[in-house]
Design a protein around this ligand. Structure first.
Ligand SMILES: [Fe+2]
Ligand SMILES: [Fe+2]
Length: 182
């Protein structure tokens, strides 16, 4: 099944997809599971959730940045705890080098996306909409877990109603690719 990009997020999605393709460079070139295609799908889920929650542009941009950079500094396709912090550091250097505004929330969301929620929530809680952005981002990333297999995402682990509403859609995207039908 093909991803459908709703009209409400189409222009944002296309602008950030172009950014992901041309501006962000990934360290792990032969990744199977954490490719730019994965980041594009996370971008799509994050924007859909943000639209559903009617978030302001600044928050949408923060989520889009996190989606584009979050897996760009992996060293392998396993747990690789620490890849979030490396990606966050890459984002900070990118902002400095390209004279772009730096959003510390984007930095922290990425730095803690490969850690337990309690740690990330503690890091983000002093920042405007910080915990919400962290939850949305982790849900958007999780919704792409069906690329790994039919049982790789338990709906009970999702944090937001908007992500739970996308669960069946996210699962259906991959149903044709699983070797055994469920
Ligand atoms: Fe990651
Ligand atoms: Fe990811």
């Amino acid at each position: 099944m093909q991803i459908t990009i709703p009209a409400a997020i189409k222009s944002d999605f296309e602008r950030w997809l172009n950014f992901l393709e041309h501006e962000v460079h990934f360290a792990l070139k032969d990744s199977n599971d954490h490719t730019k295609d994965h980041c594009a799908r996370v971008l799509h889920f994050a924007l859909r959730i943000a639209d559903q929650m009617d978030l302001a542009k600044e928050e949408r941009e923060a989520l889009a940045l996190a989606a584009c950079f979050h897996d760009s500094r992996r060293q392998d396709d396993w747990l690789d705890v620490g890849h979030g912090l490396r990606a966050a550091d890459y984002y900070r250097e990118f902002c400095y080098d390209h004279k772009r505004d730096f959003d510390v929330r984007v930095y922290l969301v990425m730095a803690f996306h490969d850690h337990d929620d309690a740690l990330g929530e503690a890091a983000l809680k002093g920042h405007d909409q910080g915990v919400l952005l962290y939850h949305i981002f982790k849900d958007a990333d999780a919704l792409d877990r069906f690329r790994l297999g039919p049982f790789d995402l338990d709906i009970n682990y999702l944090r937001t109603d908007a992500a739970r509403a996308l669960y069946d859609y996210a699962r259906a995207l991959w149903a044709d690719t699983w070797p055994i039908k469920f």
